[in-house]
Design a protein around this ligand. Structure first.
Ligand SMILES: [Zn+2]
Length: 416
């Protein structure tokens, strides 16, 4: 089996121009003593929005790796795919995120639920998990209720897994199961049942992305109870270590945090927890890199700043349509969005201050940042004009991409 490295970091590169800049951040981390393997992730939805093909992600990643002489692994993640979208990713990906969130809550057949719980009697009663203070006390009815909620979703993950296995061979890819894009978080006791069901489906899962407590809005910090998050994250790690032992899941299995990028206030807790359990971690970002492109263009001033302003004005004019697909993962207060006229009067520094994720800067505007985050379709519509700007201002754009990933993400998670 293709084994996932202990620490992996998902980087999205929507316009396929930043792979080298992203890889440089991993090289800096390696030079400082933290081996973090890059995973280029792009979802079917992102490909649709940008008008790109999965092969382009593989080509950009491989070219960057060859050019910079990166000798550690790298992967290309078919992010959030299902049975209807996976085929386009078979040739180019070696990492698959099986998204079965839509099937959570669709009730499984009663007989199958009963048979599953019969096969896993150890889920019922007092379950003592090393690393969790109080044992889980779970009745047979409760286990059946959890199984009824998740069994169909896990069966669907099994179907997608076997479809990929048939096309690629079991040894040639890494499997992740994601359940994050749903309304309710999964509790640690639920995670235990989900992992038993995944083992039952014989999916050699190496990362799992549950939905955690709190708001994970796109491109801005975590909103929620950080202490509660830390407790839940710690308990999830304990459940994973236990499940590897008890259900025979791959020893590389680890948590995947789909964060919507930039959840800086939980990086400390995540770091403490993975140290406590000596656990691995996959953390997935995407939009933070697109935002750094816009910041770089704004910092370049001149026609770079002009196109950044043009993107904001168009995003503002198309706010409803751009926000609709992301309704559950953004919180924009329209009253806090400056008008296009106002922004057109901004200096390079004012624009950069508003957009760059520096919460200590009084000019920072989380509402504007979220709007531009979901506004990448505007840049896709600008087409060649946008790409030419990225190329014209490559040094300042790539500097921002690298610095952001290294200073604000990799360092606090793996080095500080
Ligand atoms: Zn996700």
């Amino acid at each position: 089996m293709l084994k996932i490295s202990k620490y992996t970091f998902g980087v999205g590169d929507r316009f396929a121009h930043q792979a080298k800049a992203q890889l440089r951040a991993c090289m800096q981390a390696a030079a400082e003593g933290a081996d973090v393997v890059p995973v280029w992730n792009k979802s079917h939805r992102e490909h649709m929005t940008v008008g790109s093909k999965p092969d382009a992600v593989r080509a950009a990643a491989d070219a960057a790796v060859a050019e910079l002489g990166w000798t550690q692994p790298h992967h290309v993640d078919a992010d959030h795919i299902n049975l209807s979208t996976v085929d386009g990713f078979i040739a180019s990906s070696d990492f698959y995120t099986l998204d079965v969130a839509d099937s959570i809550g669709k009730p499984a057949a009663a007989a199958e639920v009963k048979a599953f719980v019969d096969r896993f009697p150890q889920l019922v009663g007092t379950v003592n998990i090393p690393g969790i203070a109080a044992p889980f006390e779970v009745s047979r009815e409760e286990v059946e209720a959890i199984a009824a909620k998740y069994l169909l979703a896990v069966q669907e993950a099994g179907e997608i897994y076997r479809h990929i296995e048939l096309a690629k061979g079991a040894d040639n890819f890494i499997t992740e199961v994601s359940m994050d894009e749903t309304d309710n978080p999964q509790t640690p006791p639920e995670l235990l049942v989900i992992l038993a069901a995944i083992a039952d489906q014989k999916i050699p899962i190496q990362t799992i992305a549950p939905k955690f407590t709190g708001r994970f809005n796109k491109g801005v910090d975590y909103v929620g109870d950080v202490a509660q998050f830390e407790q839940e994250f710690s308990d999830d790690l304990a459940v994973i270590a236990y499940s590897i032992q008890k259900f025979g899941l791959p020893e590389t299995l680890k948590l995947s945090v789909h964060s919507g990028s930039d959840k800086f206030s939980i990086y400390g807790p995540i770091r403490r927890c993975i140290q406590k359990f000596d656990a691995g971690l996959h953390i997935k970002t995407a939009g933070t890199n697109w935002l750094e492109e816009v910041i770089g263009l704004a910092e370049a001033d001149g026609d770079g700043l002009d196109i950044a302003k043009e993107i904001y004005a168009a995003a503002l004019a198309n706010k409803e349509a751009l926000c609709a697909p992301y309704a559950t993962v953004i919180d924009i207060d329209p009253a806090q969005l400056p008008t296009a006229e106002e922004v057109n009067g901004w200096s390079s520094q004012q624009f950069v201050s508003a957009l760059r994720h520096d919460q200590t800067n009084p000019g920072y505007n989380a509402n504007l940042r979220q709007l531009i985050h979901v506004g990448y379709k505007i840049a896709a519509q600008l087409g060649e004009r946008y790409l030419e700007m990225l190329e014209k201002y490559e040094p300042v754009v790539s500097k921002n991409v690298t610095e952001n990933l290294y200073e604000r993400h990799l360092k606090p998670l793996f080095l500080k």
